[in-house]
Design a binder for this molecule. Structure first.
Ligand code: CP
Length: 314
């Protein structure tokens, strides 16, 4: 694993939440919680990253992660370059590493990387120059650390800091989800009381991703009494054919409806990382309903990304 910390113990890259201590996670959550006004643009732009150029280096589509990193960097005073693989020399065969090296040669110091291959951000971090920082904005099925952090901030704001009291249910396509892996790592580190995972057997991983979790295929019984339901998107772009019979069957068995949600605790909250397949993993009524924290997650994304950029590059 590429060293994410420098010789002084300062975090240099953020590649995964695996291995971060509870104190390190909480420090980022605390900082994000304290800069919410700045993150929402309600205070003047800061100058913390004035003179620093950051590149969002995306080889996969994104709405939330890319925009919120851009907004976060700009609200900290950084200059931002948005690299779009579909209109770049990647189309002519240039590798991700050559792309990074060329942008480094232009003085870019921070790279926010999204890539379809597991381990891509770690590989780029391994070859990056000494003063360069790499932040993983989602690699393959492996890791999406800032999504994990923003989900924990959202849970903490609504349920309080003591995760040991929480029963959390994660639902859906865990096998192909980097969000699920980062969320599970963070939930364990923060000491979640009970983690339940529900989905069709072909969409549940058979490695140690689910260690310590209660797993099952009966969504109705798994929902009983939970405090938070974390829905996942069906990652059809990463899925082999035939893993899900049909979207209608999937919705019947694993779609979160208002009627189903009544099985959870009365004050249960619903999270979804987006983009949402309305009517597949979750109904309109639930995603737009009073228990949904989906847009709060999006707002928290800016605060978390400001906290991460500040910690690594400030
Ligand atoms: N949650 C998330 O990663 O969304 P985007 O793919 O739109 O960035």
């Amino acid at each position: 694993m590429t060293q994410a910390f420098d010789a002084d113990g300062r975090m240099r890259h953020l590649l995964t939440l695996d291995g971060l201590s509870r104190e390190q996670l909480c420090a980022l959550l605390d900082r994000a919680g304290n800069i919410r006004d700045a993150a929402m643009g309600r205070t003047q732009k800061r100058s913390t990253l004035c003179g620093t150029t950051i590149c969002t280096l995306f080889f996969e589509p994104s709405t939330r992660t890319r925009s919120s990193f851009q907004i976060a960097a700009q609200r900290l005073g950084a200059d931002v370059v948005n690299f779009d693989a579909s209109s770049s020399s990647a189309r002519k065969g240039e590798t991700a590493l050559d792309t990074l090296k060329n942008l480094e040669a232009m003085g870019v110091r921070g790279f926010v990387v999204r890539h379809p291959e597991d381990g891509a951000a770690e590989m780029l971090a391994a070859y990056a120059g000494e003063g360069t920082t790499v932040i993983n904005a989602g690699d393959g099925r492996q890791s999406h650390p800032t999504q994990g952090l923003l989900d924990m901030l959202t849970l903490r704001q609504s349920k309080g800091p003591d995760f040991s009291r929480l029963k959390v249910l994660m639902v859906g396509d865990v096998r192909h989800s980097r969000v699920a892996r980062s969320d599970l790592q963070a939930l364990r580190t923060l000491g979640a009381g009970e983690i339940r995972v529900c989905g069709p057997a072909p969409l549940l991983p058979d490695d140690d991703t689910l260690a310590g979790c209660v797993t099952g295929e009966d969504f109705d019984s798994m929902l009983e009494g939970v405090d938070a339901v974390m829905m996942l998107r069906l990652q059809r772009e990463r899925m082999e054919e035939g893993l899900v019979a049909s979207l209608e069957d999937y919705h019947r068995a694993f779609g979160l409806t208002a009627a189903r949600l009544r099985r959870a605790a009365p004050d249960a909250v619903v999270l979804h990382p987006g983009p949402v397949n309305r009517g597949v993993e979750i109904t309109e009524e639930v995603v737009d309903g009073p228990q949904s924290l989906v847009l709060r997650q999006v707002s928290n994304g800016v605060a978390i990304r400001m906290a991460v950029l500040e910690a690594l590059l400030g």
